[in-house]
Design a protein around this ligand. Structure first.
Ligand code: ZN
Length: 242
């Protein structure tokens, strides 16, 4: 496809390329985009309500019971060809790294080293009182078994996920700096509807977008490729000669 060749050429020309990924790259790993209604076991609830800081603070035990199936499915998912292709591009020195809105760790599982997780991750939980940490899988087993979710200090553990109402983590500032200095930003699998991540896009000198549907920033992109990340990214990596 001509557009893939064009983007491969842009990649080769660029001395500093950043990739921004969203839920669309993980749907092929069996993780539904929780913003598209009507599918999956957790979409009976509004994610803005389900994954909100007020919901966690109001009823932490109920919060954990509701999110447990969703977190478990994400934590057990496997990377797909799109994640592997990005990891190869990083190893080949063709991209600096990935800024991701996803919390599923699939970039790292595919072998990526430079990943800015601006919405957090699911590898562990922490205590907001004393900072103690626990592995997520063991903690989810405690939730499923109805055991105590309290830290030794008495507070209830919370996820390292950025909830609605939380501040963004420090790595968002790094993502912002990198977007401003990069030659090329490649958006993959995001409709760019979620602020402030979507604000990174106008900062970049050149923009390319790979997504199934249209996005808020298509007008900023020199190349827009409609398709599945698991097909487009391996073809792009091959065309760029990784
Ligand atoms: Zn504690």
């Amino acid at each position: 496809m001509d557009e893939i060749k064009k983007l491969a050429e842009m990649l080769r020309q660029s001395k500093d390329t950043l990739v921004l990924t969203g839920a669309g790259i993980s749907t092929e790993s069996g993780i539904p985009d929780f913003r598209s209604p009507g599918t999956g076991l957790w979409t009976r609830m509004d994610p803005m309500e389900l994954l909100s800081r007020p919901a966690l603070e109001r009823d932490p035990v109920g919060f954990w019971r509701r999110v447990e199936p969703m977190f478990r499915q994400m934590a057990e998912a496997r990377p797909n060809e799109g994640h592997y292709a990005l990891a190869r591009l990083e190893k080949a020195g063709l991209i600096r790294g990935v800024v991701t809105q996803n919390i599923d760790s699939l970039h790292q599982k595919a072998g990526a080293n430079v990943v800015l997780e601006v919405h957090g991750h699911l590898r562990s939980v922490y205590c907001p009182g004393c900072g103690a940490e626990e592995d997520m899988p063991a903690f989810l087993d405690r939730v499923a078994a109805g055991e105590s979710l309290q830290c030794r200090c008495g507070q209830i553990f919370r996820p390292h996920v950025v909830l609605f109402g939380d501040q963004l983590p420090e790595c968002f500032n790094t993502a912002w700096r990198w977007a401003r200095v990069c030659d090329l930003l490649v958006v993959v699998g995001s409709s760019l509807e979620v602020a402030p991540v979507c604000w990174l896009v106008p900062e970049a000198k050149r923009v390319a977008i790979i997504n199934m549907g249209s996005t808020q920033c298509d007008y900023l992109a020199e190349v827009v490729i409609r398709g599945r990340a698991g097909e487009i990214l391996p073809a792009l990596a091959a065309a760029a000669g990784e």
